[in-house]
Structures are given as C-alpha cells and as structure tokens.
Design a protein around this ligand. Structure first.
Ligand code: ATP
Ligand code: FJF
Length: 365
C-alpha cells in the first residue's frame, strides 16, 4: 500500500461514508486522483464493498505520555545522599505509551496519540512502539522540548524508592493537535487517557467525547490524579491505587474511611467502574451493582514499575473482547504479575495467551 493509499484508508476507516471529494479536499489532491487511489484499494482488497465498509477489528485510541525510563537499582541496601554501586537501565516508558504497548502485545488494535522529541530518545520510542504493533501514524514529533524522561531509583525488592518525571513536552499534546485527529478519535471503540495530559486537554477530551465514547483513565501518580477530580462523571472506568483514590475522593484511610467507602464515593460522581488497586493485597472492584475483592498469590517482584499500566491495558483488552467482570479481574491481575517479573517496564513476552496460561497454571509453570 502506498503512503497516499494509507492516508485514504484512514479517512475511510474513520468515516466509511466519506465522499471522493471530501477525501480529496482533506489530502489536498484532485477528486479524480482520490478516485484512482480508492479503485486501487478496492482492487487490492482493502475495501470490502460499496459504501466503503471495511472488514476490520475495533480499535482503541490511547492519548497520553511517552517517556524514556532510566531505572537505577543499587546492589545493596540504598545509602541515601551517597553514590550507590548498582545497575542503570533504560527502557521505553510513559503511562499512555505503556498501556498502548501492552494492549498491542495482548492482540488488540491500538492507535497512540502522544508527543515525542525530535531526538535519539524520540526515535528509540517510535521504534519500540512500531515493533510492538502500535499504530504510530498519528504520533506528533516536536522540537520544542526534548523527549520526556522518567528517572527512578528502585530498592533491592524492585520497588520504587523515589522518582522524578521531566515531561514538559506534554504541553505540545495540545487541543490543536487533537482537533486534527478528530476522525481517528471518532472511529475508536474505546478511549484511554492518562493524567499526564494537561488539565485543559483532559477537560476538552472528557467534555467532547465522554457522552459518545467510553473513556478509561489511568491516574498516573498522586501529583497528577487531582486533574481528573472534576471530570469523573465523564469517565467509564478508572484504576487508581489507594493514594490516588484518596486524592480523587477527598477521603483517607487515616481519617477512618475504608477502601470500599472511597470507591463508593467515586461511584457517586457518575463514574461507572472503579478498580481500586491495593498492591499486594489485590484489587477492589466496584460498580453500582457489584463489589468484589480479587487477589492472586504473592510473587517476588523483579521490578514493580509498570504493573499498574499493564493492569489498565488488560482492562481495555477485556472491555474490547467483552470479558465478564470475574474474567477481567483475573486477566488484569495476571497481566500485572507478568509485568513485575520483568526487569523492564514492559514485559516484552506479554500476550493474551501467556496471561491465560498464568491464570490457569500460576507463575511457576
Ligand atoms: N508482589 C505482588 N504479587 C502479586 N500481585 C501483585 C504484586 N504486586 C502487584 N500485584 C498485582 O498488580 C496489581 C497492580 O499493582 P500495584 O498496585 O503495585 O500498581 P499501581 O500502584 O496501581 O500502579 P503503578 O504501577 O502505576 O504504581 C495489584 O492490584 C495486584 O493485583
Ligand atoms: O508523571 C509520571 N510519572 C511516571 C510515568 C511513567 O509511569 C510508568 C510506570 O508506571 C513509567 O514508565 C514512567 O515513565 C509517567 O508517565 N508520568
């Protein structure tokens, strides 16, 4: 398929009833040229029939941050305010990008809307996304700031001690860019956002798409979760950990609220489904009719970074494939477990089949 045919196919995918003239105008070519490309797409079998109805799977659109993760792990217990011998590794990261990569590796179709710097890290991230099977055609590259970086120090157990995220570039993921991707977003079966996005962008997406699309949100961190507090009514599914849920609900365990009460308060806002992640204690799920606690056996983590992102991706895969709530809980928890067994933020071996196997046989086999 030529680049031009690809562009036309994207337009038709987003709007199967689009006319030749509209295609031509959007691409700045003549109507007859557009007609020629469409004929080629028909003869190559990409267009199934009149009306341009395509035979294709539904897809998710992920809109969020991409980072290079630099993870330092000391060989012995960390000595603060000192230089610790250990290992330093680089891996592709960023919550939105991680969700997209996990989702693609699970076998779902996914298009990523993110922004990368015009530098080596940006190229590395673009490659990693392509290799994972993400549709990268709509990613923005900007030379205004460098590619975002996340720097984290882990303890001997693979748990994060502290981290700094440098993500100024996310401001380039702005309303103008998203307006230009309207047709891609409109064609999505599911919209997944992360709280790396700026407050105005989150508001714009929630207000414009919340009533026509199911929106999943990953709250990222306690520092960023607060950006979606006033948008909960537009959100279908959210997966905060307990600290992020405290920010969202303005309740706290310390002042006597239980995780159930915190989840209930979030549901009162109009949100449909809450997966409250409790770390090694598992997950509390709540919707207006159901409440469940789900916990798998404890496993010794290698690196817990990215466990939550794999969980959100698995929720999305389950949604796109109509899993029951029970199956969703088992699937998403097993996806997190596979992730914490990997040294990198993403377990490159993650597939839906591997996750199913983990559910049946446990992690030893
Ligand atoms: N050591 C462990 N053993 C078994 N399951 C675990 C373990 N750690 C995490 N999990 C599973 O992974 C899920 C998500 O983990 P966790 O609560 O650490 O992520 P999070 O805080 O939501 O996200 P993030 O990765 O962004 O910090 C948990 O709900 C649990 O099901
Ligand atoms: O503020 C942020 N901190 C951390 C991340 C990313 O979280 C991932 C782990 O869950 C990791 O890849 C990091 O880049 C982010 O996107 N924004």
């Amino acid at each position: 398929m030529t680049k031009r045919e690809k562009e036309i196919l994207e337009l038709i995918r987003a709007n199967p009833m689009i006319s030749q003239l509209e295609c031509a105008e959007k691409l700045g070519i003549s109507r007859s040229a557009a007609a020629g490309h469409i004929m080629n797409l028909i003869s190559k079998g990409y267009i199934a029939g009149k009306g341009y109805i395509l035979n294709e799977e539904p897809y998710a659109v992920v809109i969020g941050g991409s980072n290079i993760d630099i993870l330092g792990t000391p060989l012995a217990s960390l000595i603060e305010r000192d230089s610790n011998p250990g290992t330093v590794t680089l891996s592709p990261g960023g919550v939105g990008r991680n969700i997209a990569e996990n989702l693609a590796r699970m076998g779902s179709r996914v298009k990523l809307l993110t922004v990368l710097g015009d530098d080596l890290y940006g190229e590395k991230l673009l490659d990693s996304c392509r290799n994972a099977g993400i549709d990268t055609n709509h990613i923005k590259t900007s030379s205004r700031f460098g590619t975002s970086v996340y720097l984290s120090i882990l303890d001997g157990e693979g748990d994060m001690i502290s981290a700094v995220s440098d993500m100024q570039l996310i401001d380039e993921l702005n309303r103008d860019y998203l307006e230009s991707k309207k047709s891609i977003i409109n064609g999505a079966s599911l919209l997944i956002l992360d709280a790396n996005l700026s407050e105005p962008v989150l508001k714009y997406l929630a207000e414009n798409y919340g009533s026509v699309k199911d929106i999943f949100v990953d709250t990222v961190s306690t520092a960023k979760a607060g950006k979606v507090t006033d948008l909960l009514r537009y959100i279908h599914t959210i997966k905060p950990n307990i600290l992020e849920a405290e920010v969202l609900s303005a309740l706290s365990l310390k002042s006597g609220s239980s995780p159930e009460e915190i989840a209930d308060k979030l549901l009162l806002s109009g949100l449909k489904r809450v997966y409250l992640s409790l770390g090694i204690d598992g997950i509390l799920y709540k919707d207006s009719a159901t409440s469940r606690i789900f916990k798998r056996e404890y496993i010794e983590p290698v690196n817990t970074t990215g466990a939550g992102d794999a969980f959100t991706a698995a929720l999305a895969h389950a949604y796109l494939n109509d899993f029951s709530i029970d199956k969703t809980l088992a699937f998403a928890s097993a996806a997190s477990q596979l992730t914490i067994l990997s040294r990198d933020t993403i377990n490159k071996d993650i597939t839906a089949e591997k996750i199913e196997m983990m559910i049946k046989e446990g992690f030893n086999e």
